[in-house]
Design a protein around this ligand. Structure first.
Ligand SMILES: CC(C)(COP(=O)(O)OP(=O)(O)OC[C@H]1O[C@@H](n2cnc3c(N)ncnc32)[C@H](O)[C@@H]1OP(=O)(O)O)[C@@H](O)C(=O)NCCC(=O)NCCS
Length: 348
């Protein structure tokens, strides 16, 4: 299906071609998506790039994503009528914490087509689609449009701000160089032992319990039906997990991960210290510090040279400053932008 839209936006030159939209046409679109993504992220000084496999995974159908429904390609036509895809948007929705429903979009536009009103038009068209999805939902709590940006995506950020989005959170991506790892003792009465299959249910339940406290959570991922999918998650490396127990109760965890393929492709030795959670009764006794120090030592022992984590800089538990004190340093910042959904959707 092709939808035609006359772009009416400041900054567009009078001779700009009309913008139309088309949907996903199947696997043949993968190389196109990849090339737009690469050119777009390069223009935004984003170092990490994607592969065709990443695109295949990104476009795979899942519970709330169907590539034939949730991808929009922006197309212009040259004077002979020849179509050129200049960008695309990917969109879907989820429920965050406190019954906040987020209708989100990510969008990429080739650098040569920026600043001419096309990107705002793409955002508006995607918002129309998101409104249709929201209208089909029987229960709508507090609804927001949401988008993300890395701080170097200056044009994308200004487009979103021009459309009424506001930055609501900053997420810092941090690295530890695995030197000067602090020494911390395990609080009395707690044990850490290797994770076995029969421990996983308790670990999942503890993770689910703490997840609801986070600013960024996807409630749909923590329903009972999702447990099997969590168990089968191919990125899990339980031999690296550090889980502290108080008898048969999980007290806290750091779920460490090494992605060998990614390290090979990016020519680096990086591990991830992720899912750093301590359940409320065991907090403020030094447990997170101990689990993290052990994790850093473990990753170093595995031959890694650095450890990454991501944190909401306004985390309610003071986690951001704690990571700084542990020796992590921020290497990039992502922005969360939102706009209440009841705002004027813009001209059609
Ligand atoms: C963040 C969290 C893991 C800390 O666990 P913890 O076992 O209580 O932490 P520790 O006792 O080891 O203390 C860690 C540091 O945080 C500080 N801290 C702990 N709770 C804090 C709070 N509510 N506010 C401010 N600082 C706090 C401590 O002073 C300590 O600093 P120090 O080691 O430099 O002295 C825990 O609060 C938690 O699970 N929070 C919810 C989930 C979450 O936000 N996880 C982080 C996701 S990135």
């Amino acid at each position: 299906m092709t939808e035609k839209l006359q772009v009416k936006h400041d900054g567009q030159t009078p001779d700009s071609p009309a913008l139309t939209f088309r949907g996903f046409q199947g696997e043949t679109d993968y190389p196109l998506i990849l090339s737009i993504l690469i050119e777009s992220t390069r223009a935004d000084r984003i170092v990490e790039t994607a592969s065709l496999d990443d695109i295949r995974r990104w476009c795979a159908p899942s519970t709330r994503f169907d590539p034939f429904q949730n991808l929009l390609f922006a197309v212009v036509h040259n004077p002979d009528g020849e179509p050129t895809v200049i960008g695309f948007s990917r969109f879907s929705w989820y429920t965050g914490r406190k019954d906040t429903r987020l209708y989100f979009q990510t969008s990429y536009l080739l650098p040569g087509w920026r600043g001419r009103g096309f990107w705002p038009a793409m955002v508006q068209q995607t918002e129309r689609r998101l409104r249709e999805i929201a209208d089909s939902h029987t229960f709508n709590p507090r609804c927001f449009f949401q988008a993300w940006a890395t701080e170097t995506q200056e044009v994308w950020i200004s487009v979103l701000e021009g459309e009424g989005y506001q930055v609501v959170r900053h997420f810092n991506n941090m690295l530890h160089r695995l030197s000067d790892i602090p020494d911390r003792a395990l609080p009395a009465g707690l044990q850490i032992h290797p994770v076995r299959a029969e421990h996983k249910r308790a670990i999942w339940e503890a993770q689910r319990e703490v997840h609801h406290e986070l600013f960024e959570t996807v409630s749909e991922n923590w329903t009972e039906e999702r447990f099997e999918a969590w168990l089968a998650n191919p990125s899990h490396t339980p031999h690296l997990w550090q889980v502290a127990w108080d008898g048969d109760q999980v007290a806290g965890m750091v779920l460490n991960r090494i992605d060998e393929a990614e390290n090979r492709a990016r020519k680096r030795k990086r591990g991830y210290t992720e899912h750093i959670f301590v359940r409320r009764p065991w907090r403020r006794r030094g447990l997170a510090g101990t689990l993290l120090a052990r994790s850093l030592r473990l990753l170093k022992h595995q031959g890694m040279e650095e450890a990454e984590l991501g944190v909401d800089s306004e985390n309610d538990s003071g986690a951001h400053d704690f990571y700084l004190r542990m020796g992590y340093q921020t290497f990039s910042t992502d922005l969360w932008l939102r706009k209440p959904m009841d705002m004027n959707p813009g001209p059609a």
